[in-house]
Design a protein around this ligand. Structure first.
Ligand code: NAP
Length: 857
């Protein structure tokens, strides 16, 4: 094996690791004309496939997909013998790649990197190895893999055992013969599930210590699937392009249907078919919501458990093997071959550590709380310090000597999983914050390597030396990664995705769950926008296009994408009746909102005829406080039930009666008709509070958008006209002023549902220019806001009305009004009322409910 004499060598790039990522980046860098060296602890290439040589080790993404795509010639020269290749075959493949491109000459084996320091003055990295070598480079790349640092076996007495111990992730190269041995295996993740059936074939006795049962699908391994091969060979470019723009890095059709919208028989049929297909990804593509909808997830999880029950003879063992502690998919699904059947063998035994925990490993075996068992060998299949472990195992110090381990003390933050603020020219391949382990690793590795190499070329071409993420860009990405994770069930599991398998590790969702396609798009956009969020500097100067690549909340973006896909004409281009019909049609597709105790549709006398109202009553015993609610719709659209889901939410969550009152709309009835009706309705409800089942002393108003405008106005009127006593006002994205010159109108003029054009149209329908300074139209222009009821003002970042809402909150505050002001980042005008659709606004909605409860205390 190669061992370069490398003391004090200078390179363009130092790479750590010669696994799949290290090999490919070496190749790319050479092609691009950079000098590079890879430092590798092992004595050959292969990375994870070099170390994890346990019996049964195989890929769990089909071999044809688990292959490099960068060179069609390479693909043509290599044939996989199995659908899921074994570890030896994958290792041979990586050795073949290393040889084919003569990569070993740039690899220094048997070399552990101990430390890497950014040298500010020289603008370069200084890398120190355990062999005492010191190497320098402009760029420093960690290609150390996501699952490479074994987790310490945290079992009491682990060192006491007098027999032989093995770790699946550091398996002897000569193999192990378990014939006639009494073997204990601790751990039932992918490594345990793959190795246990094969160890059982040799051992005289096998005892599996299971702390958490796992979900597993049958691998149904065999030869490479002929249709798969044909599809690939028919058009390799298209196939790979589809993989690159797929959700998980494998081209698979994706359902558009949520689980419960499909008939039960059809669901079952699809699940059976998906299960029988024998792969990790298919089942999760059958429905849209399996990782976000707990009930859907529960159903499919039960499907998996039934499969276990059907395979395992002893009912108690079967039940113990059924995964129940976490939602399906929130730990990596395992692929199994004869795993469950192994427990039907007379010489196998399952110990459920939930019932009988290990007390200690002893010199001769393992003591649980119930029995002492003797073994010849113990196999630890206890996993890895995933995603960050191998990176911070090197003492990496960026600007001012700051250590990465300290920076990541509360969890890793990166920009795109590629770079870290404070660590110029430092890159991680498939680092935390990128799709990595949630995708076909090869596709993600190739994407990162291509991006990184292109970035190096960009700097070289521009006469620049360093690239470093800004703090703001990194923070924005970290928020985006968390926002995505929080839309799913993943954070509830004690998984290695969450760092939860390593005692003391911060609980943070480590990979990016938005998908390979979405992620690639973000990375590409960063480049297209002149490396948005990166500082670029060197002899040719310094510049930075500061910014956050994804600030719209992911679920809001999904709504925007959906709306865009409908290609509806802008409302303001339609005749009013068609605009109203379009709004109602869209409303019909919303999630319905929570059940309330009672709904009454009725009418109340308004100043110019009857007005519809819809009353929502909580299921709890009354009398309840009353919230008079004014709907949105730009004074033109909408009606008493048009904000139905939001009203239901306010009713149940604040335990108040909500009376959504209608008012006359423009252009048929222009200003001040809506104001007169809104105020008239308030008075009628105040006078009739008790007959409505409410508490006459507890009355608040609320409104969204144009309804927020009316809510502010009725509060001002009630104050000036000695009207009803109002306990509080909830103003959600209120229109408060006729000024279109605010920054929020400029920034959010279009693209976020409520556009500047639409708002202009609403105003034109509602009132003449000459009326617009009237505080009953532009309440922000009221001479004084003294003496108004306590207020909660909620504004959305990406809303043209944001600044006027903010200004109204500030002006009330300055006038001595008790104001709670919530500014919702990444949300649009329509987010906050989109109950059960924009779940990222749930905390804001909760705050609104708390605010209403606060009015009544
Ligand atoms: P893992 O999924 O983290 O599983 C470790 C197992 O050890 C779990 O069952 C865990 O129980 C148990 N364990 C850990 N500490 C323990 C303790 N102190 N006492 C008792 N039990 C303990 O690790 P892995 O199986 O090595 O797999 C890690 C990842 O590597 C996989 O998710 C997959 O991404 C990758 N992998 C892939 C393949 C493949 O098919 N290509 C094969 C192997 C691995 P708890 O769950 O209770 O913590």
């Amino acid at each position: 094996m190669n061992k370069l004499g490398s003391s004090n060598k200078q390179y363009d790039v130092i790479v750590v690791g010669a696994g799949m990522a290290g090999l490919y980046i070496l190749y790319k860098l050479r092609v691009a004309g950079f000098s590079a060296i890879a430092l590798e602890t092992g004595d050959d290439v292969g990375g994870t496939w070099y170390w994890n040589r346990y019996p049964g080790a195989r890929c769990d993404i089909e071999s044809l997909d688990y292959s490099y795509s960068f060179d069609p010639e390479l693909e043509k020269q290599w044939q996989w013998s199995e659908r899921y290749a074994t570890q030896p075959e994958i290792l041979r493949y990586l050795q073949f790649v290393a040889d084919r491109y003569d990569l070993r000459r740039d690899i220094q084996f048997s070399t552990r990197v101990e430390r890497a320091d950014w040298d500010e003055d020289a603008s370069q990295w200084k890398v120190t190895t355990a062999n005492g070598d010191c190497l320098t480079s402009q760029f420093y790349v960690m290609a150390t893999g996501c699952l490479s640092l074994p987790k310490e076996p945290d079992v009491p007495g682990a060192n006491r055992f007098g027999g032989t111990t093995y770790s699946t992730n550091a398996w002897p190269h000569d193999g192990v013969d378990f014939t006639g041995k009494r073997v204990a295996v601790i751990g039932t993740g992918s490594s345990g599930i793959q190795s246990i059936p094969l160890i059982a074939k040799e051992a005289s006795q096998i005892t599996v210590f299971q702390r958490t049962a796992n979900y597993a699908a049958p691998a149904n391994n065999g030869p490479v699937r002929e249709e798969h091969l044909q599809k690939l060979q028919a058009d390799r470019d298209t196939y790979h392009e589809e993989a690159r723009w797929s959700r998980a890095g494998v081209p698979l059709p994706r359902s558009e249907e949520p689980f419960f919208t499909v008939e039960p028989e059809e669901r079952q049929r699809r699940l059976e078919k998906g299960f029988a297909r024998g792969d990790l990804l298919t089942i999760n593509t059958l429905f849209t919501d399996l990782v976000s909808n707990q009930a859907a997830n529960d159903s499919v999880a039960e499907f998996f458990r039934d499969k276990v029950r059907a395979k395992v003879t002893d009912p108690q063992t079967a039940e113990d093997l059924c995964a129940k502690d976490f939602p399906l998919f929130t730990k990596r699904l395992c692929l199994e071959t004869n795993y469950f059947e192994t427990f039907n063998l007379p010489h196998s035994k399952l110990i459920n550590l939930r019932h009988t925990p290990i007390e200690s490993i002893t010199e001769t075996g393992i003591d649980t709380t119930e029995e002492s068992m003797e073994f010849d060998s113990i196999v630890f299949a206890t996993g890895f310090d995933a995603m960050t472990g191998a990176i911070v195992a090197v003492d990496i110090r960026g600007r001012h000597g700051i250590e990465l381990k300290d920076v990541w003390e509360e969890g890793p933050k990166t920009y795109l999983g590629l770079n870290v603020h404070g660590f110029p020219n430092f890159f991680t391949i498939t680092g935390p914050g990128s799709p990595s382990v949630l995708s076909n690793m090869v596709v993600s590795i190739e994407q990162h390597v291509d991006w990184i190499t292109a970035a190096f070329e960009h700097l070289r071409n521009q006469g620049l030396k360093t690239l470093e993420a800004t703090a703001a860009a990194q923070e924005g990405w970290a928020t985006h990664v968390n926002d995505f994770a929080n839309l799913t069930l993943y954070p509830v599991a004690n998984s290695w995705y969450m760092g939860a398998n390593v005692p003391g590790k911060p609980r943070v969702f480590l990979p990016y769950i938005g998908g390979v396609d979405t992620y690639r798009q973000a990375c590409n956009e960063v480049v297209e926008r002149d490396y948005l969020g990166f500082e670029q500097s060197g002899p040719a100067g310094f510049h930075c296009n500061e910014g956050v690549i994804r600030y719209v909340k992911p679920d809001v973006q999904m709504v925007l994408d959906l709306i865009a896909s409908l290609e509806q004409p802008p409302l303001e281009t339609l005749p009013v009746d068609q605009a109203r019909a379009a709004m109602d049609a869209n409303a019909a597709t919303r999630a319905p909102g929570p059940d309330v105790g009672e709904i009454i549709d009725s009418k109340l006398p308004g100043p110019d005829g009857e007005l519809d109202y819809r009353l929502y009553r909580p299921a709890t015993a009354g009398p309840h406080p009353i919230v008079v609610y004014y709907h949105g719709g730009g004074w033109v659209l909408g009606h008493a039930s048009s904000d139905d889901p939001f009203c239901r939410h306010l009713c149940t969550s604040s335990n108040s009666i909500v009376v959504s009152v209608d008012y006359r709309h423009a252009p048929e009835a222009r200003f001040p008709a809506a104001v007169d009706d809104a105020y008239g309705a308030l008075n009628w409800i105040a006078e009739n509070a008790e007959s409505l089942g409410g508490d006459s002393k507890q009355l608040a108003v609320a409104g969204w958008s144009a309804g927020g405008n009316l809510a502010t106005v009725v509060c001002q009127l009630a104050r000036s006209l000695d009207g009803p006593n109002i306990s509080g006002q909830l103003l959600v994205c209120p229109a408060t002023d006729r000024d279109f010159s605010t920054a929020s109108y400029g920034d959010n003029a279009e693209g976020y549902v409520l556009t500047r054009n639409l708002m202009t149209w609403f105003w034109d329908q509602y009132c003449d220019a000459s009326d617009r300074n009237d505080p009953r139209v532009s309440p922000l222009r009221a001479e004084s806001l003294d003496g108004l009821p306590p207020a909660m003002v909620v504004t959305a970042e990406l809303d043209p009305l944001r600044d006027e809402g903010n200004a109204y909150a500030a002006k009330m505050h300055a006038a001595g009004v008790a104001v709670q002001h919530i500014q919702a980042p990444g949300q649009i005008h329509t987010s906050l009322t989109a109950v059960d659709m924009v779940v990222s606004a749930n905390d804001v909605r909760q705050a609104m409910s708390d605010g209403i409860r606060g009015f009544f205390q």
